[in-house]
Design a protein around this ligand. Structure first.
Ligand code: UDP
Length: 245
């Protein structure tokens, strides 16, 4: 578990930012809290202004999670499609908040709904990024039984992002839960295998495996600290960097 030093820390030319749905609501809450969405939008604007091209994958867990709904009796695939639709609701909220502060955006969905957003087409997404637009990628991968973390890993590889910025509510990966253990230690860096073998709860295994296969570094950092998205994009030493080691 060596410290990989500054390698892979940026500054980055193109990033993929993954924001979970629970960043869009109040702590331990559900649904949409526009004040939270606006705060994220302001951070994205500042990060974009630093020059990096930005694609954002949004989750939907603040609205619903397929696995949970299937426990209530809804067929899993159907519940997952419902979850994917929930991510579109969040994407539109973020798009609105970004546009209100004059950030050019495009929303692209993995499930086609052309009245609402463009279909996700890789080359088109890249073109938007080159033109400086923030691309909000919604609808997950478009396939059930997966998560938006996997979608983030997939899209990052497809569009040639240099890093997957995994925004969370804690400032990195710890050896034990820092809320319960005051002596918990934050890792400066980890390898993909460390994460898989220790079953550290960073992202699901499919997502980590995909990052490992494509050699995509992951930076886990705290989104709720104002300015952290910009710092992550600039390559400041925040959070935990996961890579090949
Ligand atoms: N989902 C899916 N396939 C995907 C991405 C998402 O089926 O490629 C569904 C799944 O039911 C998931 C829900 O969409 O629970 C919301 O996504 P996720 O749980 O990843 O959101 P987050 O936890 O990031 O808010």
């Amino acid at each position: 578990m060596g410290d990989s030093g500054g390698a892979g820390r940026g500054p980055f030319r193109r990033v993929l930012l993954k924001i979970s749905g629970d960043a869009f609501c109040r702590q331990e809450g559900t649904g949409l809290e526009m004040a939270e969405v606006r705060a994220i939008a302001r951070q994205i604007k500042a990060a974009r202004a630093s020059g990096a091209e930005m694609a954002v994958v949004v989750g939907g867990g603040n609205i619903l999670r397929g696995a949970q709904l299937s426990q209530a009796g809804v067929q899993r695939a159907t519940a997952d499609y419902m979850g994917m639709l929930a991510t579109v609701v969040n994407a539109l909220a973020l798009q609105d908040a970004l546009e209100k502060i004059d950030v050019a955006t495009r929303c692209l969905t993995a499930i086609e709904m052309q009245r609402v957003a463009e279909p996700y087409i890789r080359r088109r997404c890249i073109r938007h990024l080159e033109k400086g637009r923030v691309c909000i990628l919604a609808g997950g991968t478009g396939n059930p039984f997966l998560t938006t973390d996997t979608s983030a890993a997939l899209r990052a590889a497809e569009i040639g992002a240099e890093v997957l910025l995994k925004a969370t509510k804690v400032d990195g990966v710890y050896d034990k839960d820092p809320r319960e253990h005051p002596d918990a230690r934050r890792f400066e860096s980890l390898t993909y295998l460390d994460v898989l073998n220790r079953q550290l709860k960073v992202m699901d295994m499919t997502a980590i495996s995909l990052c490992m296969e494509t050699g995509l570094p992951i930076l886990v950092f705290n989104l709720k600290v104002e300015g952290n998205i910009e710092k992550a994009v600039r390559g400041d030493r925040i959070g935990t960097l996961i890579g090949a080691g």
